[in-house]
Design a protein around this ligand. Structure first.
Ligand SMILES: *Cc1c(COP(=O)(O)O)cnc(C)c1O
Length: 401
């Protein structure tokens, strides 16, 4: 039996089956490439759903992690440590905000944002206790906790996890009129992805984010942007909201913030918002740990130069130019996205997204399907133009079959 089949068989025997991975067993990786246990190489065009924006085993990030590993890795927030202040200062500056609340995973940061908005609603806005409402968009993806799946519209993510957390209002994504009528005096926040990733890389209509910003400002409601996947360079800007020159009240960050090395997430906002928390009212054992801070500080330094954003813009323009040439040529029915990020709808008659992904894997390219017949492309921002073109060639040949 092959090493691959062997590894998959024993993983299946001893793990919960809450994932259906492609049949590849990765052993090592560098930059945009992964090598499996058989020694075969694959171009990673998923990049851990944008957690690997700076590529696998990025030298600068590994060096930062290694140096910190030798010093101190965990203190808990019961004590100060010497990387914490720099991390908060630099991340706040990157966001143009005053304060940072660090957590670990994206879902924890979203939970933190939900708690922030409710507390702000009761203590600052004056909403009667227990009545706060948060408006969210249909087809959202904000994570997997019981509260977050309570406001999901995806049956797979939500069904049989009730009773569900109340206090959320769901409106169609991209529809300002629906949003305006959902906001009441008890609304404390609007929580949105500036581009919906899991839904198939859905870019909202032009002017939507700006409209959300105006509406929330007028109605004294927090605009909370979940930039966990869209942020930190992916779309060609540090934040996807920048494409409409919009600054939300609350940034929710994760994925690439940990450089693909450790989980790091954060909620970033001004004092008048994050100031609602007093000691003991929220926290995390691992949130803001020295190793996480050291890696994230390096990520922030890399983003400050703008070079990754520029790569995402240039390579992204090229990617979308090439993909748009495929639209209507038979297999591809639509392409969406921004920067180095694309959702490609395949004619269902040509096979499911999963089948396309499996065929691409056989040619050495790794992507992920979503919602039946869409595939998602989000290569590391460090990918070379030659490798990107090679990946696109493989896609063309799979679609030509
Ligand atoms: C991945 C993701 C999350 C959840 O992050 P986890 O680290 O998996 O908990 C939340 N929101 C968005 C937009 C995401 O892409």
């Amino acid at each position: 039996m092959s090493k691959t089949a062997d590894a998959i068989r024993s993983a299946d025997a001893h793990s919960a089956h809450n994932y259906h991975p492609l049949p590849i067993v990765v052993a090592t990786a560098e930059g945009a490439w992964m090598t499996d246990v058989e020694g075969r190489r694959y171009l990673d065009m998923l990049a851990g759903y944008s957690a690997l924006n700076f590529g696998h085993c990025n030298r600068r990030l590994l060096d930062a992690a290694r140096a910190q590993l030798e010093r101190v890795t965990l203190t808990s927030r019961a004590f100060h440590h010497d990387r914490f202040a720099d991390f908060c200062t630099e991340l706040a500056a990157l966001c143009g905000k005053e304060a940072v609340l660090p957590m670990n995973t994206g879902a924890e940061a979203v939970e933190t944002a939900v708690k922030t908005a409710r507390k702000w609603g009761y203590e600052v806005k004056g909403v009667p206790d227990g009545h706060a409402k948060i408006v969210v968009a249909a087809d959202n993806f904000h994570g997997r906790t019981t509260t977050i799946v309570s406001f999901s519209t995806d049956h797979e993510a939500r069904d049989h996890y009730g009773p569900y957390t109340p206090g959320f209002e769901i409106v169609p994504y991209g529809d300002l009129t629906a949003l305006a009528s959902a906001v009441t005096s008890n609304t404390v926040a609007v929580l949105l992805e500036p581009i919906q990733g899991e839904a198939g890389v859905l870019v909202p209509p032009a002017g939507y984010l700006r409209g959300v910003r105006e509406l929330t400002r007028e109605r004294n409601v927090l605009f909370m942007a979940d930039e966990i996947q869209s942020g930190l360079g992916r779309t060609g800007k540090t934040f996807a909201c920048e494409h409409e020159e919009v600054v939300p009240d609350v940034y929710i960050l994760g994925k690439a913030l940990g450089g693909g090395v450790v989980p790091v997430s954060a909620v970033v906002a001004d004092r008048d918002v994050l100031g609602v928390f007093k000691p003991g009212e929220h926290g995390s054992t691992f949130g803001g740990n020295p190793l996480a801070c050291a890696v994230a500080l390096e990520v922030i330094a890399m983003l400050r130069t703008g070079e990754y954003q520029q790569r995402a813009t240039e390579l992204g323009d090229h990617l979308h130019r090439e993909l748009n040439l495929m639209v209507g040529g038979g297999a591809v029915t639509a392409v969406r996205g921004r920067g180095l990020w694309a959702g490609i709808d395949i004619d269902p008659a040509r096979g499911t997204g999963r089948e396309i992904s499996e065929k691409l894997m056989e040619l050495g390219v790794l992507v992920k399907d979503t919602h039946g017949s869409t595939i998602r492309i989000a290569p590391p921002l460090v990918i070379s133009k030659e490798d990107l073109d090679w990946g696109l060639d493989q896609l063309r040949s799979v679609l030509a079959e």
